[in-house]
Design a protein around this ligand. Structure first.
Ligand code: ADE
Length: 357
């Protein structure tokens, strides 16, 4: 599988993001340094998401003019669209430190208390996968976000005491693939909410060319567009495919990523001309072959496919729905006629089979 969320359990603290990064042991250093090298560091180099960019620029300028911190900000959308990158750009524009963490790594109350107490005035705290924050951590965050205080309790039963500690003014940037899974009270405490949209193929082709130029790779326009078209509208995937196509170009061709080189590289990865990988196709085929095209519940699909529900919901399903190959109905997921056509399976046979019952 090409996509994975690298940011899990990772804590990074940065002043200016490109200057000072320390990453804990859990991260994959090679992938990190690759992503870091090609990561845009300002709005000018950040391609796409133009309406969010324009709104954010105004918000940042206004906060700077007033001399205040930025309102707490929630970024949501599918994985790999650049939520972390955007948070780092915001920090740079605000001249602020950014501390990057993810909700699954905040297990105990002391984890979130420790993070909050180490913040300095104006710092940005980025919490990835914020929908996975546990209830206790969430309740510690409420007064921290609202009044910049932490309520600590000490002692047991009758001798329990509460202590209110002031913390510096900070901005929380939360990122999630599932805004709907956030509790109401947490969502309500974000002053700004932005949904990141999938990228167009043209935007992705620009990203591919930018990445190739940073890495000193030769790429033709058609090669860039071929990679873009197969990248599930997602920059993280486009950038990984640039790397794989560059390997292919170096070993099997003359080093230039042409349309044909990109096509061959993608074929070797079992990615088809519209960007579906083996798991996407298997998912559609299982629904067609074992469940007459659906509707079928997500739990059943997950068991039949051997994937976890979260990955199906976050990674596979949104893309298949976007492509018009899958539909969500109240009774479960259903494969569309387009999916039958794409897989070369006769849609009418399905109907005549169903008509027998
Ligand atoms: N790399 C990843 N996302 C990007 C973006 N939005 N613009 C430029 N390069 C990127």
């Amino acid at each position: 599988m090409i996509i994975s969320d690298d940011n899990k359990s990772k804590i990074i603290k940065q002043k200016n993001p490109e200057l000072n990064t320390s990453i804990n042991a859990n991260s994959d250093f090679q992938e990190d340094s690759y992503e870091k090298n090609i990561r845009p560091m300002d709005f000018d180099n950040y391609i796409g998401q133009s309406s969010i960019k324009e709104t954010l620029k105004i918000t940042i300028e206004a906060a700077k003019k007033r001399g205040t911190t930025l309102d707490h900000l929630l970024l949501y959308g599918p994985p790999g669209l650049g939520k972390t990158t955007l948070a780092q750009i915001i920090a740079k524009e605000m001249n602020a430190n950014i501390k990057i963490t993810s909700a699954p790594s905040i297990e105990k109350p002391r984890d979130i208390i420790g993070i909050l107490m180490q913040l300095k005035d104006g710092d940005i705290l980025f919490i990835d996968e914020i929908h996975r924050l546990n209830k206790i951590a969430e309740e510690i965050l409420y007064p921290a976000m609202e009044d910049y205080v932490i309520d600590l309790t000490t002692g047991k039963s009758q001798s329990v005491k509460t202590m209110r500690i002031k913390i510096p003014k900070f901005t929380l940037i939360g990122a999630t693939t599932k805004a709907g899974s956030l509790s109401g009270p947490l969502r309500d405490r974000f002053g700004i909410i932005h949904r990141l949209e999938y990228y167009t193929n043209e935007e992705l082709a620009q990203i591919v060319k930018r990445t190739a130029s940073i890495l000193d790779l030769k790429i033709e326009d058609e090669g860039a567009l071929t990679i873009a078209t197969c990248s599930r509208y997602t920059p993280r995937i486009a950038n990984r495919l640039v790397k794989r196509s560059a390997d292919w170009a170096l070993v099997k061709a003359d080093g230039i990523i042409t349309k044909d080189v990109a096509k061959e590289a993608l074929k070797s990865l079992d990615i088809d001309e519209i960007g579906l990988d083996t798991t996407d196709r298997n998912m559609l085929k299982i629904i067609i072959n074992s469940f007459s095209g659906g509707p079928v519940g997500i739990e059943t699909i997950a068991v039949a496919l051997g994937e976890d529900i979260q990955t199906i919901e976050d990674v596979y399903e949104p893309f298949l729905i976007q492509k018009g190959l899958l539909a969500r109905t109240p009774r479960g997921r259903k494969v569309t006629r387009l999916a039958y056509e794409h897989l070369g399976i006769n849609f009418n046979n399905k109907n005549s089979q169903l008509n027998l019952f």
